[in-house]
Design a binder for this molecule. Structure first.
Ligand code: NAD
Ligand code: UD1
Length: 339
């Protein structure tokens, strides 16, 4: 298949590109590098020995995107393009709604205009909201999001569902990611956050490499086994493989299907630190600090539906995730360099 990766130069897109190329698919990427850089795709080519067609463009701009669809017979779109920093979305809601929703609408309009039938969307466990019981099941309603970023995912899911209802010839797969971490085992590509990382694993690796002094564990007094929050961490290569299964599924089905993409097993923040230290033989300096606003004590997936319908399951364990995150960070202390 020829697969369009919208936002494909980013963290999850670049790992998915490797997985798709190695499975024999062709890859076309559109990215404006607003949160990435061309180097990631150069390295994807190095890992796979295969070529990628790359367009530097803002996906909100319909003219530029029509050109991409006109020049390529796309079979399936994977829509990664979005702004994703929760705190920033609270400060700049308009930019978040504009970017995340407009990119989606442009892709959908081009999809209809050029007869593309299949789209896979990067959604998030955040759409389950704060009143969800654990483990999260795809049948639970969405809502009660705690920030504009989460609401953009909620709204985009709705837009895609309405589109599929109106056009029964298309197929939509919504992948609700839990907590993607780690990197490709080569250490050539990985997560490269700009500025101070918001997420746990890149913060841990930056402390371990000496770029930051210490990690603050947000809250040690939760009603969890060790008092720290628990999350469903998933290796980014397992997540990439879920996209491979999802495009195959979309090609053979119509309508909307939602899948959790997690391991189904929660680990606490302290367990991450301990596993990271043991797997890599390095120390992670940390202290327990106050809770972070909006954090839920525990979040994990029921991953049964993806196993049943996609034939997908996670293969990497927590030590693998910690080892590969460290391999990337220690080989690339400054990430890809200047963005
Ligand atoms: P990322 O920021 O590394 O990748 C997103 C890519 O989209 C970047 O390369 C960015 O430059 C590009 N982009 C953004 N707006 C664009 C626009 N208007 N035009 C063209 N390109 C644009 O993020 P990621 O971690 O790879 O996440 C990919 C998707 O998965 C995002 O939609 C994110 O919300 C979602 N998601 C991520 C996580 C996570 O923990 N990383 C969890 C759940 C969901
Ligand atoms: C966060 C977002 C979520 C988004 C996801 C992926 C919030 C409330 N949620 O999820 O919407 O989809 O990222 O981008 O921001 N932690 C620390 N110290 C740190 C960083 C994190 O203790 O410096 C803890 C957090 O309190 C949390 C866990 O580590 O318990 C995981 O945090 P993080 O990686 O930010 O992911 P989520 O909060 O699950």
């Amino acid at each position: 298949m020829k697969v369009l990766l919208a936002g494909g130069a980013g963290y999850i897109g670049s790992h998915t590109a490797v997985e798709l190329l190695q499975a024999g698919h062709q890859v076309v990427v559109i990215d404006d590098y607003s949160n990435s850089c061309p180097e990631s795709l150069k390295r994807v080519k190095k890992i796979t020995g295969k070529d990628i067609k790359i367009y530097e463009a803002d996906i909100k701009r319909k003219d530029a995107i029509r050109r991409v669809f006109g020049e390529n017979q796309i079979d399936c779109i994977i829509h990664f393009a979005g702004l994703k920093a929760v705190g920033e979305s609270i400060k700049e809601p308009i930019r978040y709604y504009r970017n995340n929703i407009d990119t989606t609408l442009t892709l959908l309009e081009c999809m209809r205009g050029f007869g593309v039938k299949n789209i896979v969307f990067s959604s998030s466990a955040t759409v389950y909201g704060e009143k969800c019981t654990m483990p999260c099941l795809e049948t639970f309603g969405r809502g009660n999001c705690t920030n504009p970023y989460g609401w953009t995912k909620y709204m985009i899911e709705q837009i895609l569902e309405d589109t599929a209802k109106a056009h029964p010839d298309i197929s939509v797969v919504l992948l609700r990611y839990f907590n993607p971490v780690g990197a490709h085992a080569s250490g050539l590509i990985g997560e490269d956050p700009q500025g101070i990382p918001n997420n746990l694993m890149p913060y841990v690796t930056q402390v371990a490499v000496g770029k930051r002094e210490k990690l603050t564990v947000f809250g040690g007094d939760y009603a969890t086994p060790d008092g720290t929050c628990r999350r469903d961490f998933i290796h980014v290569m397992d997540l990439a493989n879920a996209h491979l299964k999802a495009i195959e599924y979309a090609a053979n089905h119509k309508g909307v299907e939602i899948f959790n993409v997690g391991t189904g097993k929660p680990y606490s923040v302290l367990e991450i630190i301990k596993t990271f230290e043991a797997a890599n033989g390095v120390k992670v300096n940390y202290e327990i600090g106050p809770r972070r606003d909006g954090d839920l004590p525990e979040v994990w997936a029921d991953a049964g539906k993806a196993a049943r319908l996609l034939g997908w399951q996670a293969h990497f364990n927590l030590a693998d995730m910690c080892r590969d995150a460290w391999c990337w960070q220690s080989k690339n202390p400054q990430g890809y360099g200047k963005h």
